[in-house]
Design a protein around this ligand. Structure first.
Ligand code: AGP
Length: 616
């Protein structure tokens, strides 16, 4: 996600801001910018410098100017709305040039808000810029002689739907910064030389360990030597000051020992970012604007092909179930490296999705070029804005998972599934899915984040199971139906970060050969949640137990019978069958993670692997 650093105090702001931006580089970004409120005899001025690319490029630009001032804000942008351009980089400045803002999060209703700003000439295609103009509008409407910046911010935010962590600066208030939080973290460092504001403790630790973490709905008004914080009702509140003893590395992971565990825990939040603003509960449908297809074009599609690699291909397999069940469209999944060399049946009624976290996977890029050459509709489901796949496809959707820094993909996988489910519903509602069915699915989707958290709360128990099995040299992962791709993902996670050999099989396949391998040294990890294949899966597990294999089960909360079949068991909340992978994969992610830690592996940077495979 984006990074924020702000300062107000008695020191020059620019050096602090540049150093802070460098401490935020770990979060991943594609552009950066800085704004300082310069005081001079004629009054204060907002001076801004922005640049695409690395912080060094911004620093080179700053070397040509002098920004004198003790108040400033800065930002590293990880594009979500709008491409990677200098105009889209933060800080954004209001039309009168008097107000500057940095923003982390997603303003869901920014298009509607734009309609209330008819006199504004927008210079970017971001949602964040709208917020700068909206606050300025409320500030200008304040007819009082001593206009209140905080009140203007609060009034503007009352119209906003979505998530934000913002810091606002105004030339008329050179001794004030306003910060506000809803869904995107804001941390305030308290030091003798002023206040430091950031999106996480990392850039603040160099100056102070005394920090305040804003909660949702809170607004902070900061001056060099005092600060007031107010809640949603504008009541002044007192926040406890935390002593953050993290070192820099710990701060980057926000207290988690590894990026992978942080990203596993990010899933409830980023899943909401993936679906936010992309469905209509009343109509029981979804709408992903980037599809760039008319309803008639959508109705003409008689074949869908989902192309991906690795973990993304497992998400694609889940998308297959969704498209066939909801939209009734024959759907194939192809690993990109194979697609290119078989003779795919493609024509103008074929819709091909390229699914990729990085958007730079060479096999997937090549496969999509092949599909385009043969006349298919080609769309992307991508995490990295402005990546090759995002640019070369004729539309698609960003998965809003934020930067995924661990080589092993977790939150991006979950968001890929979210996007594919929404696409399947969008096509399905043009065909055979009723409003009621659509509403039921959307309600179930909205319940997913809380259900994810219930599984994450079991991390310690799963850790104990992982420690118990860490010495086994082989594993089978078994699943049936929509849980077979989940078994494949669990097997890949274990392989790639623990280096333990594992294989995934459809439960019904074991008796056709693989069962010969079973013994008390070859444990089975099986997904046996309450769905249409429960009884079949139960039989497969009984066959395995008859060969003395140890069984670790993922079962549905409340299924006490499952305990009879399991040496160890992990429970997940119930949900619609199509949505089960969003929950059932999390215990497998945690099992692989804790096993890797127990074995002393390099969890975030496993041997032989790259985060993005840009070679064929
Ligand atoms: C996932 O844990 C792996 N790191 C790998 O399989 C990855 O999913 C694959 O290389 C595809 O990457 P992409 O999503 O960036 O295209």
């Amino acid at each position: 996600m984006c990074g924020i650093i702000g300062y107000i105090g008695n020191k020059q702001a620019m050096p602090i801001l540049i150093k802070g931006l460098r401490r935020l580089e770990y979060r991943g970004y594609d552009s950066a910018g800085i704004a300082v409120c310069e005081k001079n005899p004629a009054g204060s001025e907002i001076c801004r410098v922005r640049s695409i690319g690395k912080i060094d490029m911004l620093a080179d630009k700053l070397a040509e100017v002098t920004l004198n001032g003790t108040v400033g804000i800065a930002h590293t942008r990880w594009a979500t709305h709008g491409g990677v351009t200098e105009e889209n980089a933060h800080p954004h400045v209001a039309q009168d040039g008097k107000l500057a803002l940095v923003h982390n999060g997603i303003i869901e209703n920014y298009r509607e808000l734009k309609e209330h700003l008819p006199d504004v000439t927008f210079t970017s295609d971001t949602d964040s810029e709208v917020l700068a103009h909206l606050i300025a509008k409320h500030y200008q409407k304040d007819t009082g002689t001593d206009k209140d910046l905080r009140v203007a911010v609060e009034k503007a935010l009352s119209h906003v739907r979505g998530t934000y962590g913002i810091v606002v600066m105004h030339k008329d208030h050179p001794d004030c910064l306003i910060a506000a939080r809803m869904g995107s973290p804001i941390v305030i460092g308290i030091a003798d030389d002023g206040h430091y504001i950031a999106s996480d403790p990392t850039p603040i630790l160099a100056y102070t360990k005394n920090m305040i973490f804003l909660d949702d709905g809170e607004v902070a008004e900061m001056h060099p030597d005092k600060m007031k914080i107010r809640d949603l009702k504008a009541h002044e509140i007192t926040k406890c000051v935390e002593q953050i003893e993290w070192n820099d590395e710990q701060a980057e992971k926000q207290g988690f020992p590894h990026f992978m565990l942080k990203e596993i825990y990010d899933q409830p939040t980023v899943f909401q970012d993936a679906i936010r603003g992309r469905y209509n509960l009343h109509e029981g449908t979804s709408f992903l604007g980037g599809l760039n297809m008319t309803d008639d074009e959508m109705r003409s599609i008689n074949r869908v092909i989902l192309i991906a690699c690795g973990t993304a291909s497992h998400a694609a397999m889940i998308g297959k179930y969704a498209f066939e069940r909801l939209a009734g469209i024959p759907t194939e999944v192809d690993v990109a490296s194979e697609f290119r060399y078989r003779d795919p049946i493609i024509d103008g009624r074929t819709l091909v999705f390229g699914i990729s976290q990085s958007g730079e996977t060479a096999d997937t890029i090549a496969a999509l070029r092949e599909a385009k050459r043969k006349g298919a509709f080609v769309r992307g489901v991508v995490n990295a804005v402005g990546s090759t796949i995002a640019r070369e496809t004729d539309g698609g959707s960003y998965m809003h998972a934020g930067p995924e820094l661990s080589v092993a993909s977790t939150k991006a996988y979950t968001n890929m599934i979210a996007i594919l489910l929404l696409y399947a519903l969008q096509f399905g509602r043009l065909k055979r899915v009723t409003t009621a069915t659509g509403q039921r699915m959307l309600h179930a989707l909205r319940d997913i984040p809380e259900k994810m958290k219930m599984i994450l709360d079991q991390s310690e128990q799963i850790k104990q199971i992982a420690i118990k099995y860490k010495a086994y040299p082989n594993f089978f992962f078994l699943g049936r139906g929509i849980n077979y791709p989940v078994a494949m993902e669990g097997s890949l996670k274990l392989k790639e970060i623990t280096y333990i050999h594992s294989e995934a099989y459809p439960g019904g396949e074991m008796k056709h050969g693989p069962i010969a391998l079973l013994s008390d040294q070859f444990p089975i990890f099986a997904i046996m949640t309450r769905d249409q294949l429960y009884d079949k899966m139960r039989s497969n597990i009984e066959e395995a137990r008859a060969r003395n294999a140890k069984v670790i089960l993922v079962a549905t909360q409340g299924d006490e019978q499952a305990r009879e079949l399991a040496d160890d068991i992990m429970y997940v909340p119930d949900t619609m069958e199509l949505l089960e992978p969003l929950l059932n994969t999390i215990p497998l992610q945690l099992f692989a993670y804790h096993t890797a830690v127990a074995l002393g592996r390099d969890v975030d940077r496993p041997r032989n692997l790259a985060k993005s495979v840009t070679v064929e």
